[in-house]
Design a protein around this ligand. Structure first.
Ligand code: CRA
Length: 830
């Protein structure tokens, strides 16, 4: 029960909470107050961390009144809320975004100056919460930003990992992972609410009983439990006074659990029990797109989903709310298969806890969920073994079996006699072992299933879930991903933002299609000059950062060629690497003169999953090649390879605005969407890319002349695969390719060790699942076109401006409008 126990009589107790004053003087007063009372230090004795924490509190205090007001308005409106269920949120630093959303940046800067402090220094003190792996987690963060900005009620639900994505370091060129201790220096952006904790059960068995009305029912008798403690984070809308909530759950041991063991007299065991419980939210699994099927991961999934459903039903709805009407108040979006266990959990709540009969409960459940698929890789579609699921969540497995029985009855009814089809579509896989296909469960249960780019959604219908799209043609839809223009243009690229605003006004920040109004400026020489000046400023900012962060020196005046994303074979970092090795080889074999090379710096940023050998070997090889190329006097000033360690959101914000060329070179049909590709285009880089994921839509929008397309199309890939792909034949028949591969094989980049990178080269020549060798020629030919165009400064800048002007579609605000229209059917609350 929340609120006072009797009616408040003091007038202040019922007045709306108002934000503190925000003049420069007001800011200074508030900041010093926070420093003194929260940090307990005087300005003269304060550390940078104290100052950062005090600044964060000051901004938080300012947002607080708006947050409370948002909660009140949303409850009052009884509007439908979006419950975004995601195991990952890759948030990036919070301070800069909060200053932008509140327009407090200038005031804070001036106020801090009056205190003898520097805003940029304090901002640099923040450790970003890296609670995600890559695109999927960053997408969730962009979506909640857009919903807040668009005044749509949303609660983001997820896990407060104590350790986020590992910190990557290089030792002799090899990746070494360090724990991400993002909480060590304090975490000013979170609000723990232990009093609102939820108990989550695991294990045990189920039993039948007859209730008071004489109905046969099932109950779950679990064996152990943990406590989910909610931590709330503010999600401020841009300049609109709305502050939504992100609620992340942290696992703790329940007291009852401890006590039992304490009573048995074993203190050490009791402490172990605590550690066991806390393990659930201890660490983010660092696998991007390739889940490992670990028990702890299933525990994590059920843990956060069970907490979230309970939280919504118990705390966000009025007392006595009739759960038959639940779909009027919530639409849960399943961010990939990770939260799909929410489906049987809601069934269990309705049937077992609230006495619904099965059909009623299924009717409600089916209207409460929708599912987004983010992949085409078969190995990324989660299948949980029935053995594990039954042991951890016996009641849920029973429920899944019943959902499946009824579903298969429906399939048999629609396709009589087609037993093969029923077997193909079963939620329960039988081979190679019994398991629950989470993507099928989500498809059966949800109102809609969407892919994340046009091509991906089409392949999802035609290749991944064809039987389902035949059975439920109306369930399938597309929502092309997007990125928030606040963080990735307005905040990350202040110079370009200023230039755009001077030209077309500031409306573009919340209405990104207005960038179209920039088109005529592409032909204005003065505008192009200013555009280049902004790019140059971004490059020099990056140069300073990399010098100080990594000791890397970026040469002046180079084409900045950037490939940043997780290390995955399908993304084909090895193709980029072969390009570099080939340039090096051609110069040294005398085929081309170093003086004829377009001066170019290639920047890589990539983390490999710690257990993914090929990905780690590729990182090692890139670093080895970089060392040789960078030390080569012949290539001095012509070719450089930079691989700063630990690519993350913070680095992306500096790297992307500085890039000239964006590398989006996955094998066609493999990258579901990509979102880095959008960020680069919006910041005026030109793309070299395959016809894959959202590249297809980027090219359609910016135009063929302003995009470097290469490689096979998806149908060509499928055809080559069907007729039998033999990478060896490309190796044998293409002397330039052979020379590059042979050079690696010879040990040239590994101090004469011929075996060090044997696995990488052998794999390319003999297996090459992602057809790197088949696209090599086309890639190099297209890189030559890049160089030709880069030589024409005006033509290049014109294309870059048009990339910005025509990429407004890729705002995550547009993605959210699509979800609202096609899937959630809910509205802003003003
Ligand atoms: N790894 C896709 O591979 C896509 C993002 C967000 C991914 C990207 O192409 O842009 O999702 N898929 O939709 C994924 O995580 C589990 O699948 C990704 O980030």
């Amino acid at each position: 029960v929340y609120g006072p126990s009797s009616t408040p009589s003091h007038p202040l107790a019922t007045a709306p909470v108002s934000p503190p004053p925000f003049s420069v003087d007001g800011f200074v007063k508030e900041f010093l107050h926070e420093l003194n009372t929260n940090q307990g230090v005087a300005l003269s004795r304060s550390s940078i961390n104290d100052q950062y924490l005090a600044l964060a509190s000051t901004v938080k205090n300012y947002l607080m009144a708006r947050w409370l007001e948002t909660g009140r308005k949303t409850r009052e409106s009884q509007a439908k809320t979006v419950g975004y269920l995601s195991a990952e949120y890759l948030l990036g630093r919070q301070l800069g975004n909060a200053l932008l959303a509140t327009d407090l940046g200038d005031i804070a800067q001036r106020g801090l100056e009056l205190c003898g402090l520097d805003l940029a220094t304090l901002r640099a003190q923040e450790v970003e919460p890296g609670l995600g792996n890559g695109g999927l987690g960053r997408l969730a963060a962009c979506f909640i930003d857009s919903l807040a900005t668009m005044n749509v009620p949303c609660i983001g639900y997820g896990i407060r990992y104590e350790y986020g994505i590992f910190r990557q370091t290089f030792v002799d060129g090899r990746q070494v992972e360090q724990p991400d201790t993002w909480l060590a220096l304090g975490s000013p952006w979170e609000f723990p609410h232990p009093e609102a904790s939820v108990t989550v059960h695991f294990g045990g068995h189920t039993e039948k009983y007859t209730d008071a009305a004489g109905t046969e029912r099932t109950r779950w008798v679990p064996e152990w439990n943990v406590l989910g403690v909610p931590y709330n984070y503010m999600v401020p809308g841009y300049l609109n006074g709305r502050v939504n909530t992100l609620r992340l759950w942290s696992a703790q041991a329940t007291q009852a659990f401890d006590l039992q063991i304490f009573n048995s007299g074993d203190y050490a065991d009791a402490v172990r029990a605590q550690t066991f419980a806390e393990n659930i939210s201890k660490v983010l699994y660092p696998e991007d797109s390739t889940p490992q099927g670990k028990e702890l991961r299933l525990q994590q999934q059920y843990f956060f989903v069970a907490c979230s459903l309970r939280d919504f039903i118990d705390n966000e709805l009025e007392e006595g709310f009739d759960l038959h009407r639940l779909p009027e108040r919530i639409h849960f979006q399943l961010n990939d298969t990770h939260p799909v266990i929410a489906v049987p959990e809601l069934m269990r709540i309705l049937v077992d806890d609230h006495g619904f009969d099965w059909d009623e409960a299924w009717e409600v459940t089916q209207q409460c969920f929708a599912y987004t698929c983010h992949t085409l890789l078969p190995e990324a579609l989660e299948i949980w073994s029935t053995e594990l699921l039954g042991r951890l969540l016996p009641r849920h497995l029973e429920i899944i079996y019943q959902i499946n029985d009824e579903f298969l009855a429906r399939v048999r009814e629609a396709f009589p006699g087609d037993e093969l089809r029923a077997r193909r579509m079963s939620i329960i896989a039988e081979y190679p072992s019994r398991g629950v296909r989470m993507a099928y469960l989500a498809t059966v249960a949800g109102t809609k299933v969407n892919g994340v780019a046009e091509l991906h959604s089409q392949l999802l219908r035609d290749k991944v879930l064809p039987d389902f799209s035949e059975l439920y043609p109306d369930k399938f839809t597309n929502v092309t991903n997007g990125v928030t223009p606040r963080r990735f243009v307005r905040m990350a690229n202040p110079k370009l933002s200023e230039l755009i605003t001077d030209a077309i006004g500031s409306g573009w920040v919340t209405d990104l299609e207005r960038l179209r109004e920039l088109e005529p400026y592409a032909d204005d020489p003065e505008f192009r000059e200013q555009f280049r000046a902004a790019k140059a400023w971004n490059k020099s900012r990056l140069t300073d950062l990399l010098a100080q962060r990594d000791g890397i020196e970026l040469p002046d005046g180079h084409l900045l060629d950037v490939m940043v994303k997780r290390l995955h074979e399908y993304k084909r970092q090895s193709l980029k690497l072969l390009h570099i090795v080939s340039l090096y080889e051609q110069v040294h074999s005398g085929a081309i003169a170093a003086a004829d090379l377009t001066p170019r710096t290639v920047v890589f940023g990539a983390k490999a999953a710690p257990g993914y050998k090929m990905a780690k070997d590729t990182i090692h090889l890139i670093n080895k090649v970089a060392a040789i190329v960078n030390a080569d006097p012949v290539l001095e000033g012509r070719l450089k390879v930079a691989f700063p360690a630990n690519y993350n959101v913070t680095l992306a914000e500096k790297l992307i605005p500085a890039a000239d060329l964006s590398e989006q070179i996955s094998l066609a049909g493999m990258e579901a969407s990509g979102t880095g590709n959008m960020k680069f285009a919006l910041n005026g880089a030109l793309t070299i890319g395959t016809d894959d994921g959202a590249n297809v839509e980027i090219r359609e929008l910016v135009g063929d002349k302003h995009f470097f397309l290469f490689g096979m199309s998806e149908p060509e890939v499928a055809q080559l695969g069907a007729q039998g792909y033999h990478p060896g034949s490309y190796y044998e028949s293409n002397p330039r390719l052979k020379a590059a591969l042979d050079l690696i094989w010879s040990g040239h980049f590994s101090d004469g060790d011929r075996y060090l990178f044997d696995s990488v080269v052998t794999n390319l020549v003999h297996n090459d699942r992602f057809m790197v060798l088949a696209d090599f020629d086309s890639y190099l030919a297209t890189q030559a076109k890049v160089e030709e165009k880069y030589a024409d400064v005006d033509a290049w800048t014109r294309s870059a401006v048009l990339n910005v002007a025509r990429s407004g579609f890729f705002s995550s605000d547009r993605s959210m409008r699509d979800y609202l229209k096609r899937i959630w059917h809910t509205q802003p609350v003003i």
